[in-house]
Write a protein that binds this ligand. Structure first.
Ligand code: AMP
Length: 304
């Protein structure tokens, strides 16, 4: 049994009110994989990088025990590159550059050793590649989670709608939920999106937490109030990795476990934003994660 994650493995250049980075390691699969690997020990990645990525950068993932047999290295080509600049509120950002490079003609390889996949995270990347990955798995996984973003809604909506029909859980942010549904109310947006295919929907609201919809129920999770957010990049991916990593660990999918999974996802996301890029996600341990889960429990516990 394993948890397979597909997504970008990238170079990012980030600007926030706290500073600016040159090209640093990023990508949806990178953040999600790092987060998931703290919770579950059989995490396998599918992705593609260029010759410029370097063994030491892949070593960041390998050092956490993540299986990289499904990661292709394309000689003579450049890695996916994304650059973004955050506004002062840190909840919104402008994408400055998206260079697809190796992603433009990425043909995902699913190694035989990945066919034991029970939990699949279709992390953020081309919807067509997400579809191909689903097709190349011989058995339908127990749970398929999809993460995507406005970029793909803008340029590949039809493919994205096709993926949506084949997944169990969708995670998107509030602006993306509004864009996908055409509804401002998140409750109405959720109703419409659940009609598109997924059984569960998670709407991430940055510093305002996350909402889980499904089974005619709603669960609201807080975000940890943090004094300083250095860089929100990858928080959504760390959330998705933490969410599915927790479910893979407990091995049973039901609404109650999903509620806990949302808290684990939120906890991993709260770490992610404390430093630039993947830095904070690389230095965690079980004790730090458990302490943070306790803070989440305290944060919204009340008795009447
Ligand atoms: P997030 O902050 O959770 O939206 O994730 C940011 C990460 O997603 C960065 O590390 C980027 O490399 C990666 N990224 C940005 N744009 C895209 C895109 N269009 N498709 C896939 N990954 C992307």
């Amino acid at each position: 049994m394993s948890l397979v994650i597909i997504g970008t493995i990238a170079y990012d250049a980030i600007e926030t009110p706290f500073g600016k980075t040159d090209k640093i390691v990023g990508g949806a699969a990178t953040f999600a994989g790092l987060a998931a690997a703290y919770l579950y020990d059989r995490v396998k990645l599918i992705g593609v990088v260029g010759e410029d990525f370097g063994e030491d950068n892949l070593g960041i993932l390998r050092s956490k025990g993540i299986d990289l047999h499904g990661v292709q290295v394309k000689q003579g080509e450049k890695s996916f590159f994304w650059s973004g600049k955050y506004h002062n509120d840190m909840n919104s950002r402008d994408t400055l550059v998206t260079e697809l490079n190796v992603l433009a003609d990425f043909d995902p390889v699913v190694p035989d050793s990945y066919q034991d996949c029970e939990y699949l995270l279709l992390g953020n990347l081309t919807p067509q590649v997400q579809l191909t990955t689903l097709d190349r798995l011989q058995r339908k996984p127990r749970l398929v989670v999809l993460d995507t973003m406005n970029f793909w809604m803008d340029i590949a909506l039809d493919d994205l709608l096709r993926v949506l029909k084949r997944v169990d859980v969708l995670t998107i942010n509030d602006a993306e939920a509004r864009q996908l549904s055409g509804e401002y109310s998140l409750v109405k947006a959720a109703e419409k999106i659940l009609e598109l295919g997924p059984r569960y929907l998670i709407i991430k609201k940055g510093e305002h937490g996350a909402l889980l919809f499904g089974d005619d129920r709603v669960f609201a999770a807080p975000a940890l109030p943090l004094a300083e957010v250095y860089d929100p990049t990858g928080a959504g991916d760390a959330f998705a990795g933490g969410f599915v990593g927790y479910l893979a660990r407990v091995g049973t999918v039901n609404f109650n476990n999903m509620k806990n999974a949302v808290i684990f996802g939120s906890a991993l996301a709260s770490f992610c934003v404390e430093k630039f890029g993947t830095e904070r996600l690389r230095e965690l341990d079980n004790e730090l994660i458990n302490q943070r889960i306790s803070r989440f429990t305290e944060l919204s516990k009340f008795e009447i």
